[in-house]
Structures are given as structure tokens and as C-alpha cells.
Design a protein around this ligand. Structure first.
Ligand SMILES: Nc1ncnc2c1ncn2[C@@H]1O[C@H](COP(=O)(O)OP(=O)(O)OP(=O)(O)O)[C@@H](O)[C@H]1O
Ligand SMILES: [Mg+2]
Length: 298
């Protein structure tokens, strides 16, 4: 196998970037968080002992096998679900319910089909008490930011999947959230559109004062986008590792094959598929023979 560098080793530039990030105020504080479902008899601990401080304008990704609690974690951050114990604070204040200070983008398209693109972006602005003229002007600015001014009067069904997600990002950012929380936002897109959206998101993040908490299944996506990567596991659930991504910024698609990138990818693979292997026994598909002799596939 190709000899890979140590994934923890950082160049002085990368180390300096992390030092700067840590000097910034903490936006999201996670302290000893535990989430369990069910009662004593059949209690399922999804994760416990999760602690993490996310700093202003940091890009943090959560990755892990299906069922490790990625969505549960962000539902707690969104205020849609309560932790069993521990706490989550936004700017030092406990999260007690949903609020526009957390912008959400999900994999499923969540635009209002009866509203035009611009009216979708205006929605939160109007809810916050802006008059129609102000909401209109601000919505146009955000659509300009995501490069969709030309379709402002179209309806969601007239847009491609990638465009819909750009509108969803504009709509979330228009509320000027403290943190943008994205649960597999590009999961339903084809590979090429997905790559484009990743680059787009990095460009937007550069221009806007926002912290990002991103969920993905995709190793390349996690490494390409993030400062830090929180790896969750299953059986038992919880934090496997928090990786400070050593791949320098600005990120470019050429880096996907760089030794540093591959070293992080190898480590993520080890952490995630190690735990997937443990799961294998539970998830085994029953052997059912429905083939004719001589039809075997490899
Ligand atoms: N309301 C609920 N009641 C009981 N169990 C739940 C509930 N919500 C989630 N779970 C369980 O919690 C675990 C974590 O689910 P979650 O959806 O957070 O995983 P995930 O990491 O987002 O998975 P995926 O990658 O498939 O989206 C799963 O075992 C799931 O069955
Ligand atoms: Mg999920």
C-alpha cells in the first residue's frame, strides 16, 4: 500500500490557522451530551459523553455510520429534541427550542412549493417583521450571493436539485443565523452537482459571517469542507475521534489525491468501517436462495 503521512501532522500554516480558530469566541458549546431512547427495560444509548466547542466561523462536520446519531445530534442543536443529559449552549445560553438563530438545511427539499424562489427567501425576513420592500431587497441580495438572481420569480418545481439547495441555503442565511446546520444537504444530488455545491458552499462561507455544522456520510466531502471532523460510532455509540483536518486552505478539488487528504481519508475509513464491521452481525441479510444453479454472481 501507498505510504501515507501521519494524518495528525500539521504544517506550521495549518497549526497557526487552528490556533487562530481557537482564539475566536465559542458559538456552540456541547458538554457531556447524552441521548438515549426508550425506558430502562430497552434503553438505547445513541451517544454519550459528547463534548465539543465550536468556534465562530469554524466549519465542523459530523460523520459516522448510519444510526450513530448524526441527525439526533443536530435535532438537539435545532431545539427539536431534548438531550437525556448534558447540555448544548448557543453563545453561552441553553438551547430550549427552535429559533432563527440556527439556520437549517436538510437533504429533502423543504422549499414552499407555492412560493416563488424570492418569496421563499423572503419568508423568514417577513416573519421577523420586515416590511415587504425591505424583505424583497434583502432576499435579492441573498439570491445574488448564491448566484440565482435570474430565477427569482421561478417556482421550486422549475429548479434542479442543486438550485433548490442553493435557495434553501439563501433562505437559511437570510435570517442571519449564528450557526448554519446542514444535515446531508447534498445527499440527493448527482456526483457532479454535489462537487459543485461543495465548492459553492466554501465560497459562500468565505463571504458570510457564519459558523457551519455539517453532517455527511461522504468521507471526501467531510475532508474537503471541514476544519474539524467529529467521528461518531455505533455499538457503543459516541465519539471515536475529533480530527483537526491538516489539509491546507484554500481547498481545491486537486487536493482530493494529495497524500495528506488520503491520510485523513484512510483514518476516517478505519474509524467508520471498523465500527461498521462490528455492526455486521446485526445487519446481516438472511441467506435466501432464489437463484437457479449456474446463475451465481460474484
Ligand atoms: N424518536 C426516536 N425514537 C426511538 N429511537 C430513535 C428516534 N430517533 C432516532 N432514534 C434512533 O437513534 C439512532 C440514531 O438515529 P439518527 O437518525 O440520529 O442516526 P443518523 O446517524 O442520522 O443515521 P443516518 O446516517 O441513517 O441518517 C437510531 O438507532 C435510531 O433508530
Ligand atoms: Mg441522519
Amino acid at each position: 500500500m501507498l505510504a501515507l503521512p501521519d494524518y495528525r501532522e500539521q504544517t506550521p500554516e495549518v497549526a497557526a490557522r487552528f490556533a487562530k480558530i481557537k482564539e475566536r469566541p465559542v458559538v456552540l458549546t456541547v458538554r457531556n451530551l447524552e441521548k438515549a431512547f426508550g425506558t430502562n427495560g430497552s434503553r438505547h444509548v445513541v451517544f454519550d459523553h459528547v463534548s465539543l466547542d465550536i468556534h465562530r466561523r469554524e466549519f465542523v462536520t459530523i460523520i459516522g455510520p448510519s444510526g450513530c446519531g448524526k441527525s439526533t445530534f443536530i435535532r438537539i442543536a435545532a431545539g427539536l429534541e431534548e438531550a437525556t443529559s448534558g447540555e448544548m449552549l448557543l453563545d453561552g445560553k441553553p438551547i430550549t427550542g427552535p429559533s432563527p438563530d440556527r439556520g437549517m438545511v436538510f437533504q429533502g427539499y423543504t422549499l414552499f412549493p407555492w412560493r416563488t424562489v424570492k418569496e421563499n427567501v423572503m419568508f423568514g425576513l417577513e416573519m421577523r417583521g420586515n416590511d415587504t420592500g425591505t424583505a424583497d431587497a434583502e432576499a435579492r441580495q441573498w439570491l445574488d450571493m448564491v448566484g440565482l438572481s435570474r430565477v427569482e420569480n421561478s417556482y421550486p418545481h422549475e429548479l434542479s436539485g442543486g438550485m433548490k439547495q442553493r435557495v434553501a441555503i439563501a433562505r437559511a442565511l437570510a435570517n442571519e443565523p449564528r450557526i448554519l446546520i446542514m444535515d446531508e444537504p447534498f445527499g440527493a444530488l448527482d456526483a457532479l452537482t454535489r462537487c459543485k455545491m461543495q465548492s459553492y458552499l466554501l465560497q459562500i462561507w468565505k463571504k458570510v459571517n457564519v459558523t457551519i455544522l455539517f453532517i455527511t456520510h461522504d468521507l471526501d466531502e467531510a475532508i474537503y469542507l471541514s476544519d474539524r471532523i467529529l467521528v461518531l460510532g455505533v455499538n457503543p455509540g459516541g465519539v471515536r475521534e475529533i480530527i483537526e483536518n491538516p489539509v491546507p486552505r484554500p481547498r481545491t478539488p486537486e487536493q482530493f489525491l494529495s497524500p495528506k487528504f488520503l491520510a485523513v481519508k484512510h483514518r476516517l475509513d478505519e474509524l467508520i468501517h471498523g465500527s461498521a464491521a462490528e455492526q455486521e452481525e446485526e445487519d446481516k441479510i438472511p441467506v435466501i436462495k432464489l437463484t437457479e444453479v449456474g446463475d451465481e454472481v460474484e
